[in-house]
Design a protein around this ligand. Structure first.
Ligand code: MSP
Length: 655
């Protein structure tokens, strides 16, 4: 049986978990679940990085001992898993006694092999980064990351002979195209390695300066450099060297963001080589989540808290958004408006609508019981082909961490199914009593819905299990063979009873826009600690525009759809009103009462495509129920129906 071992970085315990930590955790969890469904034995590791200057300083500021302080924050990271629906198999802390012993073993081994030596070094030390910078690396004398002036420190220390492995590493990266991915980061590392001589790595700190670390086994006056200690977590967690798990699961697939590319792409493989261990399998580097295109930071007050998002939108929707929105390797921008936009478009309109309409039809046409399919038509074969392609693309992209592309592919099937329903018109088959064809159409759709649900388990485990249950099934991860799903057909048994209704993904409201980051950026720092003042309404900040200007978010509240007028009649009690039946790609046509009788006769409207406000609250007009509004364009003289210039399927969005 093949195996899959995935890790997140171990997170520093000097700040609470935020969106960035949540994303890496969700991505690693999704990968674990995906490989499990693909039939691989999988192991998912995460944890916290607790030694070093950064933590020593933070605990001092909090008036606690480093261990007390680390205990608290590590607990917050541990609870991130359950909050996000992520299930790590192990949570490591670098203060765990087993980890400490392993670090000392590795240090001793590398020391004895001659790859650690004692020397003197003077350099520009950034406490934020916990590393020395060369003159060349500084920008105007400042740390490029923290924009602070590093301190010049000259001291005796132990060094790891990293330079010795430079040529080997270049060769290894060249021969293993998936060692660092996506390619842009692989190229970045290669050009760094090829641009000059790699320096040896300072791997100790004198106790006179820092005591919060792992003591070097060969010199009690020094502690280990925090990165050398932290990277070893990936093998100490598996019980290296003798642990059963180490033998089973090493080498790892690491997930990190671009900020820690260098330690993972250069320090870690050379450390492994020096210690006589096999290199890791792959380093998967994702981009940064920005908030409205600005870096997330405490001082800007724009840090996104995962708990708030999960509370507001639910864990499935939050996971879906993150995995759908970030193109692997690139930065992505987080805003609640974008999140709501995606949820409404992809989950409520496409997927949710599919489940809602199909379950409703199943109860209307078959009392909820899944029918047996009969002969298949060309349209059915075409749908199956679309499904196969969508699933294959999903799987090949997901396996390479390209979750956004994978989901995009799967949604071709989701949308394809909605279209297939519109074109097959089950309501007409029902009216014509064509039970045999109706049964085949419904089975086609339901079996594909099952396939969609199973592919979504890595992304939205909670919702996927519910979708399964709504189809009358119970989800058992050990019985699923995802790799076979594109090829097999008919796993959904006829006779199962589907749920009455779905309502898994209700539409959500766009939140009040958050104040632009720029406004907060300019606020004096002292104010940042005070309760946040409400920012002035955005319209006041904007250049003068039309008095009625609305926010884009307000426009997004409108659900404008294209539909075809099926029939139209005069209102029985009002001269100016018409009662119009419009096909909007839903199971049943919509009835809309429109004030158009003075401009149009019923015959003018039948067969025309119109634009409808589909989410207008229903109301009765002179005793007749109306569910929406038909839009027209008019001036003083003429009134014309607003329609689509080309042929758009009923239900198509106006955006
Ligand atoms: N302790 C080190 C890692 C040692 S691994 C042997 C560390 N910790 S950290 O707490 O700073 O975590 C960095 C990681 O958190 C990133 O690589 C990424 O996984 C995640 N993120 C933190 N901020 C992020 C964003 N804004 N966007 C995406 N992920 C980011 O570095």
């Amino acid at each position: 049986m093949s195996r899959f071992f995935v890790t997140t970085p171990i997170f520093y315990v000097n700040a609470k978990p935020h969106l960035g930590h949540a994303f890496t955790t969700i991505l690693a969890d999704a990968m674990t679940r995906f490989h499990r469904l693909m039939g691989e034995e999988s192991y998912f590791l995460t944890g916290t990085d607790e030694h070093g200057d950064k933590i020593a300083k933070a605990s001092e500021e909090a008036g606690q001992s480093p261990k007390e302080y680390a205990d608290q924050i590590s607990g917050l990271f541990r609870s991130l898993g359950p909050l996000l629906g992520a299930k790590p198999d192990h949570f490591i802390r670098t203060t765990d006694p087993e980890h400490i012993k392993t670090v000392q073993k590795v240090l001793q081994k590398v020391y004895e092999s001659g790859d650690i030596y004692f020397g003197e070094y003077g350099g520009h030390y950034c406490f934020g980064c916990e590393r020395f910078y060369t003159e060349k690396e500084l920008v105007d004398g400042m740390c490029p990351d923290h924009k602070t002036r590093p301190e010049y420190i000259a001291e005796k220390n132990y060094f790891f002979r990293m330079s010795k492995y430079q040529a080997w590493l270049i060769e290894h990266i060249n021969q293993n195209p998936d060692f660092i991915r996506p390619a842009r980061y692989r190229n970045e590392v290669l050009s760094l390695l090829e641009s000059g001589a790699l320096e040896d790595l300072c791997i100790s700190r004198p106790k006179s300066r820092l005591t919060w670390g792992i003591e070097l086994p060969f010199d009690p006056d020094f502690v280990c450099y925090v990165w050398f200690d932290a990277l070893i977590n990936y093998v100490s967690a598996l019980g290296y060297p003798r642990g059963e798990k180490f033998k089973r699961f090493w080498p790892a697939n690491h997930v990190v963001a671009k900020d820690i590319l260098k330690p993972h792409a250069i320090f870690w493989p050379t450390m492994l080589k020096a210690a006589g261990l096999a290199p890791y399998q792959s380093l998967n580097v994702h981009g940064y989540w920005l908030v409205r295109d600005t870096k997330m930071s405490k001082s800007l007050g724009n840090v996104v808290e995962p708990r708030q998002m999960v509370d507001a939108y639910g864990v499935s929707a939050f996971r879906y958004f993150l995995l759908r929105e970030m193109a692997f390797g690139s930065d992505a921008s987080f805003t609640e408006e974008a999140l709501v936009g995606r949820l409404n478009a992809d989950l409520a309109n496409d997927l949710g609508n599919l489940f809602n309409r199909v379950l409703a039809m199943m109860h209307k046409y078959f009392e909820g019981k899944i029918p047996s399919p009969t002969d298949e038509t060309l349209e059915d074969a075409e749908l199956k082909r679309l499904g196969r392609d969508a699933m294959r693309n999903f799987q090949s992209n997901f396996a390479e961490f390209r979750t956004a592309r994978a989901l995009e592919s799967l949604w071709e099937l989701v949308r394809g199914l909605n279209k297939y329903i519109d074109q097959s018109a089950p309501w007409t088959l029902f009216k014509n009593r064509d039970k045999s064809r109706l049964g085949t159409v419904m089975y086609m759709v339901l079996e594909h819905m099952r396939k969609i649900a199973v592919h979504l388990w890595p992304v939205m485990p909670e919702a996927s299990v519910k979708m399964y249950e709504q189809l009358g099934l119970s989800f058992d991860q050990d019985k699923v063979l995802l790799a076979k799903e594109p090829e097999v057909w008919g796993l959904l048994d006829s006779g199962l009873v589907v749920a009455q209704a779905s309502n898994l993904f209700p539409r959500v409201e766009v939140p009040e826009p958050t104040p632009p980051a720029a406004l907060e950026k300019e606020a004096p720092k002292a104010q940042a600690a005070e309760p946040k003042k409400k920012a002035p309404p955005k319209a006041l900040e904007a250049p003068a525009g039309p008095a009625e200007a609305i926010e884009f978010a307000d426009f997004q509240k409108l659900d404008l759809r294209v539909g075809t007028v099926l029939s139209c009649a005069k209102h029985p009690d009002a001269d100016k009103l018409l009662v119009v039946q419009v096909a909007l790609g839903e199971p049943e046509p919509r009835q809309i009462v429109a004030g158009l009788a003075d401009r149009f006769s019923p015959e003018d409207l039948v067969g025309r495509q119109v634009v409808v406000v589909a989410n207008l609250a229903p109301r009765k007009l002179r005793g007749v129920q109306s569910q929406g509004m038909i839009l027209v364009a008019k001036d003083a003289e003429v009134t014309r129906l607003l329609t689509s210039a080309g042929c758009v399927d009923d239900g198509g969005k106006v955006a």
